[in-house]
Structure formats: structure tokens, C-alpha cells
Design a protein around this ligand. Sequence first.
Ligand SMILES: [Zn+2]
Length: 336
Amino acid sequence: MARFNWIEFLNKHNIDYVTHGPNVARDNVNIACPFCQNDPSHHLGIHPGSGVWGCWRDDSHRGRSPVRLIMKLIRCSYSQAIDIAGYADRVELSTFDEVVKGLSRQTTKSANISHKPLELHTTFREIDYTVALARPYFNYIRERGFSKSETYDVIERYNLKFALTGPWKHRIIIPVYDEDGKLMSWTGRALSRRAVVRYKALSDDPEFADENNLPCARANIRNLLFNIHRLYDKYYEMLYITEGPFDAIKLDYFLDHDRKMATCIFGALPTDAQFHTLKLSADFYKESKVLLDEGAELQAIKISNRFGLINAGFAHLPDGVDDPGDLTKSHIKRLF
Ligand SMILES: [Zn+2]
């Protein structure tokens, strides 16, 4: 892939730059750092040959891909920046079967579905403690380690719902968004601890959607990352990666939102598409750590090579805690 042409981009968007001067290294192009509150000069250098960019004043203002800098300079969304950066390979890499599905979708009756924004199913309801029918769902979340007011907060922050009828009957609904905050899918967590299927995601198969009179997910949930739209607001010191959404919710909620966040991969191993998103987003966080479920040492060995490619380490559970779900607020505040 050809290097992003920064000079052309800066000219096109009338962004002032210098190629000589006290802050400019050889071969570099310098601009006022858009991440600094007010850069009086041109403190952010871009090396056109390698594509690497960085600010002379703050170590967190740097990156390898143009995406984060483009977003900041022209205040565009993540996917617009991906387009501008010419990352057309995003589609190619986000797994072959998804592309094939996209093609077949155009030939089915659902041709129009994929153009309309996905909306939460009409059977979904608000989780309100004051409504008797909703209370078991409220209490389920609360019993995972939140106070009453924190539970209200969690429901609002992650837009959690529940259903009394339909395919997600007796489940807590967890919506899943893309990088730009567009609804892509959802999954439903069974309220009953004896449920055979613990999580039930919206299908991305257009034929299944048609046959069952359901909307079609915009992508397979295994290719999405929970909470990912929050990643692009700022630069994070730490991104935690968990397996399931409730672990991610609990961790994310109690973390210092200015510096840290959590996502989940909806399974034990990351898919190619998830891995690719994490890689493309690497300029938005300093470090990432994978938090595995109990007894996952073997799995850790399997995935360490893969996560090693994006510089991810492993987060360890404190003594006496066997499962991420058993972490308390105080554990998270102290140790994460
Ligand atoms: Zn800066």
C-alpha cells in the first residue's frame, strides 16, 4: 500500500505546515499539534517516508497510521478517516465470508435492509427499577456488583434493555456499536442462570432474518468489538480486552474513563476482523491487556502470539478471585 500523501492532504485542507525551521527534523513536515491545547508553533512532525508522526512536547501525541491525526485535524469520524487514509484493505481483511455475505445480500429480498440504520427491536423495553416487570433485570445487573445508583448509570451508559416477548424473551439486551457509534448488532444475556444458550446475538444472515421477520445484523458479532466507539474520543493509557460483555461492562464502568477503557471480543479468541480493528486502532491507546476467564492458561498460550502482534499483555486476576466476573469495584479501582 502506498504511503499516505501528507503534503497533498495538508494542501487540500489548507493546513499550515513548514519544512524548515528550529523544530523541523530533516525530511520532516511540521504542523501545529492539534492534540496540544494551543501549540504556538509547529511542534508536530510528520515523516513522509515512514508515515510516523509525533509531537515534540507530548509523548502521547504520536502514531504510526494517519487515521488518528486525520480525525483530529479535520474533525471527521473514524470511518471517514479510514477512507481518506486509503485503507480500502479494511474490507478485504475484515474476513472473506463477510464480504461474500455482503454480495449475496444484494441478491436477496433483503436488498434494502443493509442501507437502513439498524434499530433496536420493538419488543425491547427500558430496565426501570420502579416497574415490577423490569425489576428482575435490574437486580440481575445490580447483583453483578453495582449499587442501585451505579446500576442505573450502567444501564444508561451501555444502553441496556430487556425483553418479555419475542426471540430475546427474558434476556438483557446489550447493543453493539461500530467505531462511529452506529448500531451494528446486539446480544441478549439470559436472565436464568440455567439457560442453555447464555448469549443470543442478532443474526447477520439475511435469509435467516427474512424467514424470521427480524432485522439483519450489520456484521457478525464475532467481528465486532464491544464499546469500541469510545476508543476514538481520546488517547487511552490502557485498553482492557475481555471475553464477554458483562466483564467488559463492569471493568469499563469502574475504570478511570479519562485514561482507561475496556472492550470484549464475544468469545475466547479474537477473529481476524477484531484483530485487524485492534491493530488499526493501536494509535489510540498506549497499551492493551487481555483479561482471561478462569482456567484459560492454555488459551493464553494459544493467543499470546496473536495478541503479541498488537503489543497486548495479560492482566492477572488478584489472589482469591477466580473469574473476572467476581472482581469488585475496589479491586478494579486499586488494581486496574
Ligand atoms: Zn502535541
